[in-house]
Design a protein around this ligand. Structure first.
Ligand code: SOE
Length: 427
């Protein structure tokens, strides 16, 4: 088994309640160096805005074991990145990421670019001794993800850490969902139903964007939003997806081209371009231990704007989460007296709930952006503790292998495909 083999259960990867359980203690002098983390972020689109909010809010609302400095924002267009840096609170802006990761006054590199640049940037940054946070999915291919996971393993030996940005794990209700399953509240996991539905592509006149070109995005709905529900399923259950059967479809096969700035390959001012990724991915997964999971990732669920749902059923009950009601968790307790069984709504805003005590009193809700602050909290804490932040690049690789298996299944008449657990098995 290679060092990246995914265990039958992901318990080794589940984030422990305290990071010290996983700390690989570093020398006092090494740890004193982590008292100050100067961050460079590469990219400044939607995720650039969300990550910037996290880097600004986390140090102001949590007692972090290191100071965080928003040092440099990097983008290709000097005027655009300078304006974004001023707006979001980055001290400098730059246009050459290679120059920035070579600087001695940068400690962390946050990658929020399209997937086709994740591998090159992350591997270079890790080699330069920078801790890395990389947006999901980890890469556009399994080969790239394996190279990134290898680089992260080597870097960890030098005390350099790497994390993947699956932020929905850090919605308090999702962390609570994981904790309750781990405590056995619903018994043995028997079934998972997970969906991520959006509708921003239903209009056929929506111009071609980089997310619709395989060379930039790797895949469409499958990798962009399907990755979230695969990671969430593995995170909350602690069980690896071991085999899949899937179907992918492109509903609108060509779209109008936009001018420069759309991030397209061979940008043209007019005409139409081919959509080379999936609009919809529907697949079934067999989890370690035998539970069955159903997954739907679509950008054509008319009326659904950002609807991520997951329901986990066991022999003692069920737990359900809906991103559109992200401060709540639904619990059905089958062991309750028969005359009072029913789904109860847990309002996940109490101080004992994950992350909540740093924010507001009970009943004062959190939002989509808070997960990005929680991501910063866990990354900075792990770096200071000398521990691997979760999800690791290995966990990102396990998601990438599921994505790859779904694509291979869809190309082969939805035949069941085993998810590779090491390089040899992925050919
Ligand atoms: C677009 O589908 C997108 O921004 C994804 O890329 C994010 O990961 C998701 O959280 C919201 O939608």
């Amino acid at each position: 088994m290679s060092e990246h083999s995914t265990p039958r259960t992901l318990s080794e990867h589940s984030t422990p309640r305290t990071l010290s359980e996983r700390s690989t203690p570093r020398t006092l002098s090494e740890r004193s160096e982590t008292k100050r983390l100067r961050v460079a972020m590469i990219g400044h689109g939607f995720m650039g805005a969300a990550h910037s909010v996290g880097w600004r809010q986390a140090p102001r609302m949590f007692d972090l074991p290191a100071t965080v400095e928003m040092a440099v924002l990097v983008g290709r267009n000097a005027d655009a990145v300078s304006a974004a840096a001023a707006k979001w609170g980055w001290a400098e802006s730059a246009t050459d990421w290679r120059d920035v990761i070579a600087r001695d006054d940068i400690d962390v590199v946050d990658i929020v670019t399209p997937g086709d640049s994740h591998a090159e940037i992350a591997i270079a940054a890790l080699a330069a001794g920078k801790h890395v946070l990389c947006e999901k999915p980890l890469a556009n291919t399994v080969a790239e993800a394996e190279a990134m996971a290898d680089a992260a393993t080597r870097a960890a030996g030098r005390g350099v850490r790497a994390m993947v940005g699956f932020t929905y794990r850090r919605v308090p209700a999702v962390t609570l969902l994981r904790d309750l399953i781990a405590e056995g509240v619903i018994g043995t996991v028997q079934q998972v139903r997970a969906a991520y539905r959006q509708d921003w592509l239903v209009d056929p006149q929506m111009p071609l964007a980089w997310r619709l070109q395989k060379e930039h995005a790797g895949s469409g709905a499958l990798g962009d939003i399907g990755a979230h529900i695969i990671d969430m399923t593995q995170f909350v259950t602690g069980l690896a997806v071991e085999s899949v059967s899937g179907t992918m479809d492109t509903i609108v096969k060509e779209r109008p081209l936009q001018g420069a700035g759309s991030g397209l390959s061979g940008t043209a001012a007019e005409g139409v371009g081919q959509v080379t990724v999936d609009d919809v991915a529907i697949f079934t997964g067999r989890l370690a231990g035998g539970a069955l999971a159903s997954f739907e990732a679509t950008r054509f669920a008319t009326g659904r704007k950002n609807a991520l749902t997951i329901e986990v059923s066991g022999d003692k009950g069920s737990l359900a989460f809906d991103l559109e009601d992200l401060n709540s968790l639904q619990l059905y307790d089958r062991t309750a007296p028969a005359d009072r069984q029913g789904f109860t709504r847990i309002l996940v805003t109490e101080s004992q709930h994950p992350y909540v005590s740093a924010w507001w009193p009970a009943g004062h809700m959190l939002g989509y952006e808070h997960g990005f602050s929680h991501q910063v909290v866990d990354l900075v804490t792990a770096i200071a503790e000398g521990a691997d932040p979760h999800p690791t690049f290995d966990e990102g690789l396990s998601v990438q292998r599921v994505l790859d298996a779904v694509e291979r299944s869809s190309e082969n008449g939805s035949a069941w495909v085993r998810v590779a657990v090491d390089a040899a098995a992925s050919v």
